[in-house]
Design a protein around this ligand. Structure first.
Ligand code: SF4
Ligand code: SF4
Length: 370
């Protein structure tokens, strides 16, 4: 994901280079595309679910296979994961196999009994709850639900905390969500939600209403960064955008807030699994050009080691990515999900990169001057 994480409370961060070779250890798993909400911005275009999603038996087999391959952590997302009636069974199997779970959810299908089962029977460590705003009417419009659901979700967040789960909230960058982000951040601080994560859209599936892929998303977030800088006790910002470290705003803000650039781990220590078992390097790459195989027949460890797309992600220069950019060895060649979404080619240019945009503007100006 192209995330910016505003970390309000001290916790864990890693400054290890994200480009270092690492074994497969994380799976990002969209367990279903079924969802009881209908968000205007949904990177998964969720709703009814796919006709051929993994059965319970296949999902449990995937957990066992991932554990056998050395996977230690699975990020569960959707659709709405709890729209799967067998999710607790899947999470329990993960716990039995020593695999921790982090769950991204809209929070609407969770109650006190379910949280107790999750606390007692699984190794769920954290929840990330999607809240695009704190105004009930706008919440209903953006999430495609009833205004009263906002109150339910806020109560659920408190129950998560009372049950000892690490809780964070997330929102999606869009013109409709941007004005409410400082207020959401203040509320997060009051309630003890440790992080506000802003998802920058990668234009897969249903992202209408979001910022254009090649818009300058980090500059759009400047008022949110400035608000964060003014908060007492705030901790740090993590970016998960490969070229963010070269954005002029990040360079300027680094003088007043601590910013850790974590880059892109797709194909470097993780793979993504889609509801029908399709495997790709990143969950934002749900396009034919990025398909590595399917868990119904393929071996995760083998695809991670040997697939040409993972090789390209780990060795960008050898594969001709951004070969004329001086930053390629520290950027890794940008976001491949954005590249494939915008150019149709896995090895295409990440057109959302500001360095790329500045270089294009300079050469255009030079061309006009000739
Ligand atoms: S041009 Fe390529 S390598 Fe250079 S900063 Fe942009 S995405 Fe990264
Ligand atoms: S390819 Fe990498 S940078 Fe792009 S969305 Fe996926 S994880 Fe994020």
């Amino acid at each position: 994901m192209l995330d910016v994480k505003f970390k309000l409370l001290p916790g864990h961060t890693s400054e290890r280079s994200w480009l270092e070779p690492a074994p497969l250890s994380v799976i990002y798993w969209n367990v279903t595309y079924a969802c009881n909400y209908h968000c205007t911005i949904c990177f998964a275009d969720a709703g009814a679910g796919l006709p051929d999603e993994l059965s319970t038996v296949e999902a449990l087999r995937l957990v066992d296979h991932a554990a056998d391959c050395g996977v230690k952590d699975i990020i569960i997302s959707g659709g709405e994961p709890f729209a799967r009636p067998d999710l607790v069974e899947i999470l329990a199997r993960m716990g039995q196999r020593g695999v921790t779970a982090r769950v991204a959810t809209n929070g609407s299908l969770i109650d006190a009994d379910l949280l107790k089962r999750l606390r007692d029977d699984t190794e769920v460590t954290s929840f990330q709850v999607s809240i695009d705003c704190l105004d009930p009417e706008l919440y209903a419009t953006l999430h495609g639900t009833e205004p009263a659901m906002l109150g339910h979700v806020l109560r659920t967040l408190r129950l998560m905390q009372q049950n000892g789960f690490h809780t964070t909230v997330s929102t999606r960058l869009a013109p409709a969500t941007l004005p409410g982000m400082p207020g959401l951040m203040d509320r997060a601080l009051q309630e003890g939600w440790s992080t506000l994560t802003v998802h920058v859209p990668v234009h897969t599936r249903r992202a209408e209403g979001a910022f254009a892929q090649d818009a300058d998303s980090l500059s759009a977030l400047e008022p949110v960064f400035e608000h964060f800088a003014r908060l007492p006790g705030r901790w740090l910002v993590e970016t998960y955008i490969p070229w963010a470290q070269y954005h002029p705003l990040m360079v300027r803000l680094a003088r007043k807030i601590r910013i850790v650039h974590r880059g892109c781990r797709a194909g470097r220590d993780r793979l993504a699994v889609h509801p029908d078992g399709t495997i790709s390097p990143c969950v934002c790459m749900d396009v034919p050009q990025a398909r590595l195989g399917n868990v119904r027949r393929d071996d995760l460890a083998d695809l991670f080691e040997n697939s040409p797309l993972c090789q390209l992600l780990r060795h960008p220069l050898e594969h001709g990515l951004c070969e004329d950019c001086p930053h390629v060895l520290t950027c890794g060649g940008g976001c491949r999900a954005a590249a494939v979404a915008l150019t149709g080619r896995f090895g295409g240019q990440d057109l959302s990169c500001p360095v790329q945009q500045m270089r294009a503007a300079v050469s255009e100006a030079a061309g006009r001057g000739q």
